[in-house]
Design a protein around this ligand. Structure first.
Ligand code: GUN
Length: 294
């Protein structure tokens, strides 16, 4: 069997184009453009690339991008002070603090300081609680992207066995909540899970979000399953530049799965597209505007 490749880049392009239409509508009909504030602390090279892409893509679709870069030795109090100013700024609709933060800053305290109505990452405990209880909320971007990618293959997920590998607050836990809300039977697997390959072989839907290069082998995958690879890992390559691979051994997965997302070009592009959509959602919700759905 050769699996279908789910094109995350094409889907992200479509989603961004739709968000751009929403922004043009908000400008024309309501006289404002949503503003997204992105805060980077320190010099982490991967984070700098992500933040640059977020700023560029938000500007490309007509959103206002507000960028704050703080030095690596910034104290938590200074970062929280900036967040409070962004919370109070009526021109800021979404606030994203890029993770990871330097070791002297507790990320939980920082996330807690963000106004839940501007929490476009959906990481605040209020938004996590709303997601867990089925209330409308800002949904974390990568999990939301995973669900939209699944939508490319499945018109309904009810009754399917979904296995999520990884239990992070950013991906594993929220994507499990979304799969449960879609009536999947959900198993959360993690580093202490016994006989992980056998657990994975029971999955109709397999979400890999562990950050371990090519950990999921072809013989872990149920024939015909849909595999969403959230991992982005840089490994050594012959030319010395390194190469990106996911958490799934892609070539092996192609022989067994029904559909699989590539790395790069799968879940990654969807994360930013969903962030931009969340910024529009937050901008509308704060002003009581109903978002056009088409
Ligand atoms: N670092 C890696 N992924 C993310 C994300 O989705 N949001 C933020 N804020 N930081 C991240």
């Amino acid at each position: 069997m050769t699996a279908a490749i789910i094109d995350g880049k094409a889907l992200a392009d479509k989603l961004r184009a739709r968000t751009a239409i929403h922004i043009r509508h908000l400008k024309a009909a309501h006289g404002f453009v949503p503003g997204l504030a992105v805060v980077l602390v320190g010099e982490d090279p991967a984070s700098r690339v992500y933040v640059r892409n977020k700023a560029r893509q938000s500007e490309e679709i007509g959103m206002r991008s507000i960028h704050h870069a703080l030095p690596a030795d910034t104290e938590a109090a200074a970062l929280v002070g900036l967040i409070k100013r962004l919370n109070a700024d009526p021109g800021v609709d979404g606030i994203l603090v890029q993770l990871p933060l330097p070791p002297q800053i507790d990320p939980a305290g920082v996330i807690d300081a963000i106004d839940p109505a501007k929490d476009v990452d959906g990481f605040h405990v209020i938004n996590a609680g709303r997601l867990a209880t089925g209330a409308p909320t800002l949904i974390p971007c990568t999990p939301l992207g995973c669900m939209l990618l699944l939508g490319e293959r499945h018109s309904a997920l009810a009754g399917l066995n979904a296995v999520v590998i990884g239990r992070s607050n950013i991906v594993g836990k929220p994507v499990a909540q979304l799969l449960l809300a879609a009536d999947c039977t959900v198993t959360m697997a993690h580093s202490k899970t016994r006989n992980l390959p056998a657990v994975c072989r029971g999955a109709d839907i397999l979400i890999a979000a562990v950050g371990r290069p090519e950990m999921v082998r072809g013989d872990w995958i149920k024939p015909g399953a849909t595999v969403i690879d959230v991992g982005i890992n840089r490994i050594a390559s012959a030319d010395g530049k390194g190469r990106l691979v996911g958490d799934v051994a892609f070539a092996e997965a192609l022989d067994v799965a029904g559909a699989v997302t590539p790395v790069p070009g799968g879940a990654g592009p969807m994360t930013i597209a969903c962030l931009l959509q969340n910024a529009v959602t937050a901008a509308c919700a704060r002003r009581g505007i109903v978002i056009p759905t088409a």
